[in-house]
Write a protein that binds this ligand. Structure first.
Ligand SMILES: Cc1cc2nc3c(=O)[nH]c(=O)nc-3n(C[C@H](O)[C@H](O)[C@H](O)COP(=O)(O)O)c2cc1C
Length: 198
């Protein structure tokens, strides 16, 4: 199946994610959406649309592209990914960013996280970011690329099973590290079943 990944990016995070995804899919073309781009989608069975989120919305070139190409996209196997610093809000961003029909049509939807390097931002973006940070009572979530979500997307897109990685084992307690014993100070066992008694 021939796939086209259409993306837009301001600072490069979405491009990097699109490239990583293309590498995992094997057979995929990449195209940056711009005002001038008029891609011919007829050569592709599947299209993946990837975009960053800015102020809860898509950048204008992507919005315009989706408006112009909605009917063509609805004819394809469709996938959607977003790059944003607040991955927890991914589900909330989707309806702000895509039409109901596109969301219904998309077989795979994932958040790939993001990158936010304040010192590299354009003046106004830096001002906005600072203002948001000042307003928020909690520190902003750390922007990181969610590589595992890219792997998951690739597997689902190819119709392959996806196995999430095993969770990291909990770090050893200082007592365990010091003595290698699982005895607690009270003399009981610190194993999950030891304390209560089976
Ligand atoms: C001015 C500005 C507004 C942003 N707005 C949001 C937002 O509403 N929600 C969010 O989760 N991330 C937001 N971000 C973070 C970007 O989505 C994130 O940095 C993303 O990785 C940028 O992708 P790009 O490098 O492909 O442009 C914002 C960043 C900037 C600079």
């Amino acid at each position: 199946m021939k796939t086209l990944i259409l993306y837009t990016t301001l600072y490069g995070a979405t491009k990097a994610c699109a490239e990583e995804l293309a590498g995992l899919l094997g057979e995929a073309d990449l195209l940056a959406v711009s005002k001038k781009a008029r891609p011919d989608l007829s050569a592709y069975d599947g299209v993946i649309v990837g975009s960053p989120v800015y102020m809860n919305a898509l950048p204008k070139p992507m919005k315009q592209f989706l408006d112009a190409y909605e009917f063509d996209l609805l004819e394809k196997k469709l996938g959607i990914f977003l790059c944003c610093s607040n991955a927890k809000r991914f589900e909330k961003y989707l309806p702000y960013c895509f039409s109901f029909d596109l969301l219904e049509k998309a077989e795979v939807k994932e958040c790939f996280g993001g990158i936010l390097e304040e010192d590299k931002l354009r003046f106004w973006h830096r001002m906005i970011t600072k203002a948001i940070r000042k307003q928020a009572s909690a520190p902003p979530p750390e922007a990181v690329i969610l590589h595992e979500n890219i792997k998951k997307f690739a597997a689902l897109w190819k119709g392959e099973p996806y196995f999430p990685p095993e969770p990291e084992p909990a770090p050893a307690s200082p007592a365990e590290e010091a003595g290698g014993s699982s005895q607690t100070e009270e003399g009981g066992s610190s194993s999950p079943t030891g304390g209560e008694g089976a």
